[in-house]
Structure formats: C-alpha cells, structure tokens
Design a protein around this ligand. Structure first.
Ligand SMILES: N[C@@H](CCC(=O)N[C@@H](CS)C(=O)NCC(=O)O)C(=O)O
Length: 242
C-alpha cells in the first residue's frame, strides 16, 4: 500500500458542478481518515496518460502506490479493503455492503443519470421524456429505498461505502427538494467526518478541500454571489432545477 492520490478534473462545466464523482471518493477517504493528495488533469485537453489511467477519459481515478484504479465504485471497494470504517468485517454485513454498493451504481445511478442529464440541459418539465425519467427515478428507485431504510440506520447495518454511494447518487435529485420525498434516504446524506460542505460538493472557505479540482462549487456561487469569474466564463448558466 502506498500514497493515495485522487485525480480529478481541473475544471468542470457549471451544470454538474457539485455533483462530480470524486466527491464520493473524497467522502470515503475523509470518513476513514486515510491521508491522500488531490491532483488534477485537464478537462479539455485529455492526453494519452489520462486514457492510460481511465480508458474513457473520465475522472476520477485513484493511485495507491503502483496501483491505478478507475471507476468510482471500484475505488470505494479498494478503500473498503483498506479500512473497516468503510466495509464491515462481519462477512454477512460486508456482503450486504457490496450488494448495496452495486445497487447504488447499477440500479439507482443508472436511473438518475438520464434524469440528471435532462436537468443539466435545462429540459422542460412538461416534456414526455422528463415525465418518464422523473417518474421512473422517483417511483421505481428512490421511493423504494424508503421502506428499506425504515428498519435500519445504515444499508448494511454498519456504516459503509454503500451509504456514501447511495447518498451521492441521490444527491442531484435531493437538490430539487421535494417536500416529503426521500425522507429516509436524506438521512444518509451527511458525512460524519471530513470538512464542512463535503457532501454538498462545496469547497471549504479557504479552498483547502478544492485543492485544484474544480468540480466543486465555491460558497460564493452557492449563495448566488458572483464566484470565480475565470471559471464561470467557460460555463453555461446553471439551469433552474426546482
Ligand atoms: N462510471 C464512472 C463515471 C465517471 C464519470 O462519468 N465522470 C465524469 C465526471 S464526474 C466525467 O468524467 N465526465 C466527462 C466525460 O464523461 O467525458 C465512475 O463512476 O467513475
């Protein structure tokens, strides 16, 4: 096991900012108290070295010494192997955590991705496409989590990477704020450790949490203030999501 380095984009267009997938990895690293560094890779000019780490030219990836890991789910599983704060040691609970980790990715994120793309592209809520994806995600995925969480605090009895991932994949929908929806799923949302703003994808006031990875929003942007104009001039205005 070596030094942990998380690589993120140096810039992210405005609509998905605050919902980048390195947040789930940062959250896990902070929960486990594992020391790590953040490096950034160009968003616009993706070089061969980037594709060598991430064959689709995406982010994030994590290096652990000589090991390089892409796919946020695989990264979380790797970190779980390094810390029982992230994957319970009990075989049944560990298996449950893996099961829910895949459910978060394969069942919930697979449904939330097309929904998020409609939000990020400013799709009107009156279109047939919106109604289909919005209903499918809400009724057939997120609301199904409510009875599951009624009888337990964490998905695999112990806190695990599955809770991080499930909370993170539901985050774009939660930001739309529907009264009464997702009350139990929302309970999963706060990291117990780590800097303020982490789960919301907001950089700390001193910029420490950002560390060059600009997939995070700055407090000024979140509060409707101007924010950093050098980053803003490259992005489109964020669509209204409520
Ligand atoms: N399944 C991948 C998805 C990674 C992903 O979509 N990353 C986004 C940033 S959060 C990205 O690289 N977008 C740019 C692109 O797809 O070209 C994972 O979970 O790591």
């Amino acid at each position: 096991m070596g030094e942990l380095i998380l690589t993120t984009f140096d810039w992210v267009p405005e609509p998905p900012r605050g919902h980048v997938r390195d947040i789930r990895v940062r959250w896990a690293l902070e929960e486990a108290g594992l020391p790590y560094r953040v490096e950034s890779t160009p968003f616009r000019d993706r070089k061969a070295e980037h594709f060598a780490h991430q064959p689709f030219g995406q982010a994030p990836w994590l290096t652990d010494g000589d090991l390089s890991i892409f796919e946020s789910g695989a990264i979380l599983l790797h970190l779980g192997e390094r810390s029982d704060a992230l994957l319970p040691a009990d075989p049944q609970r560990r298996s449950g955590a893996k099961e829910w980790l895949f459910a978060a990715l394969n069942s919930v994120e697979a449904a939330s991705l097309p929904w998020s793309l409609l939000v990020f592209t400013g799709e009107s809520h009156d279109t047939a496409a919106w109604k289909i994806f919005d209903g499918f995600l809400g009724v057939h995925r997120l609301q199904r989590m409510e009875p599951v969480l009624a009888g337990r605090e964490w998905l695999a009895q112990n806190f695990s990477v599955a809770d991080i991932l499930m909370a993170d994949v539901a985050a774009p929908r939660r930001s739309v704020r529907r009264a009464g929806e997702l009350s139990r799923l929302s309970r999963l949302r706060r990291p117990r450790h780590g800097p303020p703003g982490l789960q919301e994808g907001i950089c700390g006031p001193d910029g420490a949490f950002c560390q060059g990875g600009c997939g995070l929003r700055h407090a000024a942007e979140v509060n409707g203030l101007q924010g950093d104009s050098s980053r803003r001039k490259n992005g489109r205005a964020a669509p209204k999501v409520s």
